[in-house]
Ligand binder design. Structure first.
Ligand SMILES: C[S@@+](CC[C@H](N)C(=O)[O-])C[C@H]1O[C@@H](n2cnc3c(N)ncnc32)[C@H](O)[C@@H]1O
Length: 236
């Protein structure tokens, strides 16, 4: 069996060569991530689906916290997106109008090309034409200046690393006082969390979906944790 040109035996060899501990667990998740993106960069269906989810995220923000994505026509606003994905098309690329935002994208996977049908490529080209600086590194250690961004975005990322707290701390460091933070992550109910923590992550540890998610979070846990970072006026 092969996954999008990536031999499963090569995949197992790579997984087995990774060390134990949190860093090794993250590297395993990155291998699973690469396999996911091998498939997502061809065909276009996955790209369309995840782009639609990002649009829905912005719709929710505009309904509940419209000031977060309000342009300032006197100067472009600085936006950072952590874990934008190797195609460099995140929620930030969908902000309107394009000229009102300067996007910095942080992503540990190297940037990749894609092969989609022409009607999807046309939209993709428009989205990547934005002014964007791609910082190829981890979200916990961005090296970006403190108090710098008006808006931080982190869409479907923090459960892909064991060090999700490190990413949140770093975002709070680089966000300007009074800046906005839009975070999306799949959360589990308490029963599903216990099932994952006690059974799934041990019994199904070679399953790609389990490998890709070193952490699982509950909305309850996040709601209690975020204010500890100094984040205020949470809308969940
Ligand atoms: C499911 S993908 C989502 C990508 C993108 N946000 C999207 O929705 O299309 C998860 C992303 O998180 C990135 N990621 C994993 N660990 C990370 C870390 N420590 N810092 C920043 N990004 C990370 C992965 O490389 C991957 O691109």
């Amino acid at each position: 069996m092969r996954v999008a040109g990536f031999g499963m035996s090569q995949y197992f060899t790579e997984l087995n060569s990774v060390s134990e501990g949190a860093e090794g667990r993250w590297q395993k998740a990155q291998i699973a991530e690469r396999i996911y993106w091998d498939k997502a960069v061809v065909g276009g269906a996955e790209f369309l689906q995840i782009t639609a989810e990002k649009l829905r995220c912005l719709e929710l923000v505009s309904r509940h916290a419209p000031e977060a994505i309000q342009p300032d026509y006197r100067r472009p606003k600085q936006v950072v997106e952590i874990g934008i994905g190797p195609l460099a098309v995140g929620v930030g690329n969908l902000l309107e109008p394009p000229d009102a935002w300067r996007l910095t994208a942080v992503e540990p996977q190297p940037r990749r090309d894609c092969e989609f049908p022409e009607f999807i490529m046309a939209g993709f080209r428009i989205l990547v034409r934005r002014t964007l600086s791609y910082v190829h590194t981890k979200g916990e250690t961005t090296g970006l200046p403190s108090d710098n961004f008006d808006l931080a975005l982190c869409f479907n990322v923090i459960d892909h690393t064991p060090n999700w707290r490190g990413i949140l701390v770093e975002i709070c460091r680089i966000l300007k006082p009074g800046g906005y933070f839009v975070l999306t992550v799949d959360t589990l109910c308490f029963a599903s969390y216990v099932r994952w923590a006690c059974i799934l992550r041990w019994l199904k540890k070679s399953d790609l979906n389990v490998l890709a998610h070193p952490s699982r979070l509950t909305a309850f846990g996040l709601e209690r944790y975020l204010p500890r970072l100094g984040l205020q006026n949470l809308f969940v």
